[in-house]
Design a protein around this ligand. Structure first.
Ligand code: AMP
Length: 442
């Protein structure tokens, strides 16, 4: 019986895989403009890191972690998110010792959550994200949100909706938590099982409940904004004013609380509805955290970060027809040996062209030239390179322009120059400043 992929995982193949790489490269380029540098933490971490870092009341830790005992009876977890692991990496490698703060890092890779698989929701998916650690400036929050927005715009996504909110400082959250406890006290029995534990562990999380009946109850709950300390109110005001100043479109969403426990002060999400009207929900999200570095054994410094879901980005880009042309693989040259004995000569020609930067496919079937031409056409190749017994004996090659169907026999030593003329210079601008195909070149 065939073995299929694990439920909630997915194979990424061909053009889709190229699109993922293209998205990741663009995101990396923007991150580097902002002087972030790459880190690659391991997928496996000790489970305790996430329990302490992400927080026991989060759905991720309560229900969604892939946790197991290894052969040495250690409890390990496949990372369900990057941030806690990045904090561990920072502390363990003493990256904050330079005092050159904020320390700015970006990452990209798979994460694992045991969620109910559905459209756009996987158990293994990929995230790209950043963390800026060590500075509490609200303008640092603004820089991070601006960078995320620039990343989305650079992917061609202009209809992004940014939702932001503040969860305030500890004092604000303590007061708000109490107000929520009081509000939900006589309503909680009527609410879902998850909300019961949220009520005990972290009542803020109730605001994120997706059960329609519970959402109705949530509508009447007190608002965070009524419980903010003066300092948090002022901080949030600075963030909102600066975003306005930079023309970053956003709306304040009072019920935005985020699913992970470590957040404080500014939190945000990026939502997207495609031109066809498909709602992809959050394509990215993040926020500020006050004590996460300390929580994993480092100094008590704050940070801010966000992550994008690569699968969701790829879906909206595809839905909106924004897939860049260069993600489809192009074949420049198709090499056709006549007779098995000439494959060795053909491979040398293929490799020579690859060294010049051309994409080259070689035919290994011992078949007729007509069949090889059909394959070359299917691949979209522009030039055919043919080599048979006569050519080997004479030190020649046959080149065929597969677009114009013109064919010529050339000496081996003219091979590179002729390829460049047929493939390179036809597209490159000539010294005459026009795309004349090098005709006017002196
Ligand atoms: P989070 O770490 O939960 O804030 O998620 C950050 C981003 O990762 C989300 O905005 C989504 O784009 C993406 N994401 C989260 N969960 C999933 C999932 N189960 N499948 C695919 N993408 C996801």
């Amino acid at each position: 019986m065939a073995i299929n992929n694990v439920k909630g995982t997915h194979d990424v193949i061909g053009v889709e895989a190229n699109l993922y790489s293209e998205i990741e490269n663009l995101l990396k380029q923007v991150a580097e403009l902002y002087m972030y540098s790459e880190v690659r933490p391991p997928v496996l971490e000790y489970s305790e890191l996430f329990v302490r870092g992400v927080g026991e009341s989060s759905d991720v830790v309560r229900k969604e972690m892939y946790t197991f005992l290894d052969k040495g009876e250690r409890s390990l977890t496949l990372r369900p998110e990057f941030t806690a692991g990045i904090m561990r990496l920072i502390v363990q490698n003493k990256l904050l010792a330079t005092n050159d703060w904020p320390l700015k890092l970006y990452y990209c890779g798979p994460v694992f959550r045991y969620e109910r698989p559905q459209l756009g929701r996987y158990r293994q998916f990929n995230q790209f994200g950043v963390e800026a650690v060590g500075h509490n400036s609200p303008i640092n929050d603004v820089e991070v949100i601006t960078m995320a927005y620039t990343m989305l715009v650079s992917l061609g996504l202009e209809n992004v909706k940014i939702k932001i909110n503040t969860l305030g400082d500890e004092e604000s959250r303590l007061n708000y938590r109490q107000a929520l406890k009081d509000y939900f006290k006589d309503k909680i029995d009527d609410m879902c099982e998850d909300c019961h534990s949220r009520y005990k562990l972290n009542p803020l999380r109730i605001l994120d409940c997706k059960v329609p009946h519970d959402q109705e109850i949530v509508t009447g709950a007190p608002k965070m904004s009524e419980y903010l300390s003066e300092a948090s109110k002022a901080r949030f005001q600075v963030v909102c004013n600066a975003l306005k100043e930079y023309d970053i479109p956003f709306e304040v969403d009072d019920n935005l609380v985020r699913g992970l426990d470590y957040y404080s002060e500014t939190v945000f999400e990026f939502h997207y509805i495609s031109q066809k009207g498909n709602d992809y929900g959050a394509i990215g999200a993040g926020g500020h955290y006050s004590h996460l570095v300390k929580e994993v054994g480092g100094p008590d410094v704050p940070g801010i970060g966000f992550s994008f879901g690569i699968e969701r980005l790829a879906s909206v880009i595809t839905d909106d027809g924004l897939v860049p042309d260069n993600v489809a693989q192009k074949c420049d040259i198709y090499v056709m040996p006549l007779g098995e004995q000439n494959q060795i000569h053909a491979l040398a020609l293929a490799n020579e062209a690859r060294l010049l930067g051309y994409n080259v496919e070689m035919n290994f079937d011992n078949t007729k030239l007509g069949n090889m031409f059909k394959k070359a056409e299917k691949k979209g190749a522009r030039v055919g390179v043919i080599i048979g017994d006569n050519e080997v004996a004479n030190g020649t090659i046959i080149l065929k322009n597969l677009l114009t169907k013109e064919q010529e026999e050339i000496c081996l030593n003219e091979y590179i120059e002729r390829l460049d003329q047929l493939l390179g210079e036809n597209e490159r601008e000539c010294c005459c400043g026009e795309e004349c195909g090098g005709q006017k070149k002196e």
